[in-house]
Design a protein around this ligand. Structure first.
Ligand code: ADP
Ligand code: MG
Length: 294
């Protein structure tokens, strides 16, 4: 998934810890082999190859992730859209291949981006992309799902106190020596922390414009796309979301980033058990009502 993985557990049995880590890593590899759009043999690649041609039957967990993605698209009025992936090649953020497209290219390719053209059949458990050239990419949601699964498998080994962190997505369970875990949130521009939170049994994800970007002609181009414009989203520098599960916090951090602070906070207030810390494009921090900073 192109990211660092960090797992912390507290147990007095090293063999148990090893079993838990092995199980978590194996599960994350399995998910990558199913959901990556970079590897040719995955189901996601299969769905993309068959765009405009036919529906592809997928395993239940991939179906569930795509379903969840579409739910977040509906909630965010299209700010979150896994079919953004059709823009790939038009935009390129990989080192040495950085590319800013012409306005015309963007406009042209944007016609293929629309989550409403992703057709799910719940009975047959198939995914169909209506138009040729369409593609999906789960970069903003699958990592969260993988973190949830890893945490579940670690807990199944009998471990209560744990952290699983993959890039900007983190699951926190139990306690750290009897106290809630203390989690720092990166400042999107400065070396110091933006905030510290005391957390237990919750998921926390951050999306930032500093994670993957390049600068050309003094303009910062980053990897979180506004599917409505075809350009990097403008309203935020970073968005941190707290949610009951990591698939949700992962997707919502990207969704709220694209929506911008005003609309984003409006959405967060409507969702149960979900909170947000946003740094807007002017560098100002905005928080939802349920956040208590240390
Ligand atoms: P990170 O990958 O740094 O944790 P995110 O969770 O915010 O950050 O995911 C960003 C990735 O999601 C991008 O690299 C891209 O693969 C994908 N993406 C970009 N824009 C959108 C969008 N509007 N909706 C859904 N996925 C997106
Ligand atoms: Mg995300």
């Amino acid at each position: 998934m192109g990211t660092d993985l960090e797992m912390t557990v507290s147990t007095d049995d090293p063999a148990r810890a090893k079993r838990a880590f092995d199980a978590a890593i194996a599960e994350m590899r399995r998910i990558e082999d199913e959901m990556s759009e970079w590897k040719k043999k995955t189901f996601v690649s299969e769905i993309n190859r068959n765009a405009g041609k036919k529906a592809v039957a997928v395993p239940s967990d991939l179906f569930k992730v795509v379903w969840a993605a579409i739910t977040v698209s509906d909630l965010s009025e299209g700010a979150f859209d896994i079919s953004w992936a059709a823009m790939r090649g038009v935009w390129d953020f990989s080192k040495g291949h950085e590319r800013v497209p012409s306005a015309e290219e963007v406009k042209d390719r944007l016609k293929l981006v629309n989550y409403k053209d992703i057709v799910l059949d719940e009975k047959k458990m198939t995914v169909f992309l209506k138009n040729e050239g369409m593609a999906i990419g789960l970069g903003a949601i699958a990592k969260g799902y993988a973190v949830d699964r890893a945490a579940l498998l670690i807990a199944k080994e009998g471990i209560k106190d744990l952290i699983v962190k993959a890039g900007g997505d983190m699951r926190v369970q139990g306690l750290d020596n009897g106290k809630p875990w203390e989690i720092g949130i990166k400042h999107p521009r400065k070396k110091e922390l933006l905030a510290k939170l005391s957390l237990t049994n919750v998921s926390i994800s951050t999306s930032g414009d500093y994670e993957r970007f390049f600068i050309k002609d003094k303009v910062l181009y980053h990897h979180i796309m506004d599917p409505r414009t075809g350009y990097p989203a403008k309203g935020s520098m970073s968005v941190t979301i707290l949610a009951p599960d990591t698939m949700t916090s992962d997707a919502l951090s990207t969704a709220v980033f694209v929506m911008g602070p005003d609309k984003g906070l409006e959405l967060i207030k409507k969702l149960n058990g979900v909170e947000a810390i946003i740094v807007d494009s002017s560098g100002k921090m905005r928080i939802s009502p349920g956040i208590s900073l240390k």
